[in-house]
Design a protein around this ligand. Sequence first.
Ligand SMILES: NC(=O)c1ccc[n+]([C@@H]2O[C@H](COP(=O)([O-])OP(=O)(O)OC[C@H]3O[C@@H](n4cnc5c(N)ncnc54)[C@H](O)[C@@H]3O)[C@@H](O)[C@H]2O)c1
Length: 342
Amino acid sequence: MIRYGIVGCGHIAKKHVAAIEAVEGAKLVAVCDTNAERLAEFAKDGIEGYTDFADLLQTDIDVVCICTPSGLHPKLTIQAAEAKKHVIVEKPMALTLEDADRMIEACERNGVKMAVVHPNRFRPAIMELRRQLNQGAFGKIGHANATVRWNRNQAYYDQAPWRGTREMDGGVLMNQAIHNMDLLLWMMGDVEEVFSYQATRLRKIEAEDTSVSVIKFKSGALGVLEAAVTIYPKNLEESLSIFGEKGTAIVGGPTANWIKHWKFENINDEEAEAVIRRIENDPFGVPGHQCIIQDLTDAIKEDRTPVVSGKEGRKALSLVVACQQSAETGKAVRMDDLERKK
Ligand SMILES: NC(=O)c1ccc[n+]([C@@H]2O[C@H](COP(=O)([O-])OP(=O)(O)OC[C@H]3O[C@@H](n4cnc5c(N)ncnc54)[C@H](O)[C@@H]3O)[C@@H](O)[C@H]2O)c1
């Protein structure tokens, strides 16, 4: 049995609780929150509660799920690694590349595993898209497009002081579109150069609420990312599109769970329709958080690297950082230069 603890008993922690319960061989034994009221909601039915993270680390848990405000992820991850606990860290894993590197180094040095929560990779439509890519069904790819046209209203940002701040949260890229960056990179490979504009248009927050970026991948393919949390009056669209010489695919809907277009040279209309219907009948599949917990539980037992490891999680973070730097300087940023300057 792999014994889990959670630090940060807020909104997303509920998904971790449900996921741990659903995974055979995983058990939630302890939780931690500095807010005693929040803690009391989770510390029941035999689950121990702690207000001090150091006390949680004294217990015999094997893994800590880090579900606190994002700016605290690096410090808590490193503390957990030093206590020889494996880590599942919510996205974004960190807000700077320096912090991400310190986290990866601490986990490696202490011989513990780190998984970053990018659950969208496990959506049925996304897995189908990846399967076609791996089989070469697109041929040479011309370009790809990701959109996040969502709504996070002012009340969302006002519910906790850390939301929308640069130091603890980040804006639409760091908080929401990092998932779509992760998917773009997973599908399209490494980026050579990016140019980005960012703006705070409609929300009273420190970080950006609107962002447009153009990307040149190392393969030569191009990419566009449009992300905003200002869409009136509610979430409208999250999509990922790939356009190749032998295939066109669009995964869309309000949360990129449905196949909107599926046309390939080597797939006839009947087969394409069957895929679209299959996804329609089960658009959410196994919950993404459950897939992450299952994967880390298995990775510990099999002593292998988790699917979305710290190094994998860092890739999407580095693209966000490059976009931020481009918006600040008004210049395109080459990923190689970003790494060299560090
Ligand atoms: N993967 C996803 O799809 C997804 C979705 C939503 C949020 N998130 C991420 O999850 C994280 C938390 O978001 P949330 O919406 O649950 O936030 P939240 O504000 O609802 O919860 C955070 C909790 O952390 C507690 N906390 C703060 N400092 C602490 C400390 N030092 N020690 C212990 N507890 C502490 C707070 O009291 C609060 O209960 C963020 O990093 C966010 O980006 C991920």
